[in-house]
Design a protein around this ligand. Structure first.
Ligand SMILES: NC(=O)c1ccc[n+]([C@@H]2O[C@H](COP(=O)([O-])OP(=O)(O)OC[C@H]3O[C@@H](n4cnc5c(N)ncnc54)[C@H](OP(=O)(O)O)[C@@H]3O)[C@@H](O)[C@H]2O)c1
Length: 293
């Protein structure tokens, strides 16, 4: 099976490459080799490669910048998805569109299932939701995989930021009123690897199981990273100046579609974080240091 990965330079793209490359023929395109907002480039390159599967991990992910750069956010997240969906339908390829918990407004008060109605409260969420609609309307063999609070060994994310700040001595002030489901990119990539072997098309919530506040997440990160002595204080979101983009306050996921289709759920978020910090993160950091030397 030949698989194209878009956004291969991003944190999820990196782990998709790690997980899929040993098993399949992989064409991993970072943005400079494959700009999803460029319809002609997308059409020509996909027609030439004729993959069996496209895993679309590229996205405009700067949530705050999207508020003032609306056109580009839509161009990448919505139109980019449409361009891919059109060619995938034409060549009979399966398309995995990675989406987000930010399609919800966070006002439900409990974890979201695939049956809940989206209602995004920022441009990023709106543009990703439109991407979902384009994909589901255009390409029959599609999987829409919503995920949340991603972290991995490539790039900057909540986990790497907490560790960096703690190493510089702290103290850390972290919000305890934003609730979600942290997700390890490697686990999501493994889930996608299983999913594409099936014909179970449709919508999935795919996060590590369970939920926590940002504060609880930070507590667990410090503990696993051997930094529990660093001062960590819970604060409310309104203690900080408002950010340009509103965030859903409660966007944890339940993975009903995964269990209903007999697929293996992602492990619990604490086990995933433990694995990441014991076996993946520090190893990658040390290797990066060695390379620099
Ligand atoms: N990060 C999260 O917490 C989170 C949560 C829920 C869902 N998601 C979704 O998960 C997916 C992967 O996110 P991620 O965390 O891996 O994001 P990421 O690290 O920001 O990676 C996204 C990649 O897409 C590339 N890209 C941007 N515009 C592009 C374009 N026009 N054409 C091709 N590539 C383009 C970026 O390249 P440049 O760096 O060169 O711009 C970047 O390498 C996205 O669909 C995102 O919406 C993320």
């Amino acid at each position: 099976m030949k698989i194209v990965i878009t956004g291969a330079g991003g944190q999820l793209g990196y782990d998709l490459n790690r997980v899929l490359r040993p098993v399949y023929e992989i064409v991993a395109w970072p943005r400079k080799q494959f700009d999803v907002s460029n319809e002609r480039e997308v059409t020509e390159k996909l027609r030439q490669e004729r993959p069996h599967v496209v895993v679309h991990a590229a996205a405009y992910t700067n949530v705050d910048k999207a508020e003032v750069d609306k056109e580009n956010a839509y161009q990448v997240n919505a139109m980019g998805a449409l361009h891919l969906a059109q060619v995938c339908e034409e060549i009979g390829a399966k398309l995995v569109y990675v989406s987000t918990d930010y399609v919800f407004d966070g006002r439900k008060g409990s974890a979201y299932t695939e049956a809940d109605a989206p209602n995004p409260i920022n441009i990023y969420g709106q543009s990703k939701l439109l991407g979902e609609k384009f994909v589901s309307m255009t390409c029959r063999k599609h999987y829409i995989v919503r995920t949340s609070w991603l972290y991995g060994s490539k790039g900057t994310n909540f986990v790497t930021k907490v560790i960096e700040k703690a190493r510089s001595g702290g103290p850390l002030h972290i919000v305890d009123d934003q609730i979600g489901s942290p997700t390890y990119c490697l686990d999501l990539a493994l889930f996608i690897r299983n999913l594409i072997e099936t014909e179970h098309y449709g919508l999935y919530h795919a996060s590590n199981q369970g939920e926590c506040s940002r504060y609880e997440f930070a507590q667990q990160i410090l503990q696993e990273a051997g930094l529990a002595q660093v001062s960590l204080l819970p604060v409310h979101t309104d203690a900080f100046p408002p950010l340009p983009a509103a965030r859903p306050m409660y966007s944890a996921f339940l993975d009903h579609a995964i269990t209903m289709n007999g697929l293996t759920p992602l492990r619990d978020w604490r086990s995933a974080l433990h694995f990441f910090l014991q076996l993946d993160y520090f190893e990658s950091v040390d290797l990066a240091k060695e390379k620099k030397v």
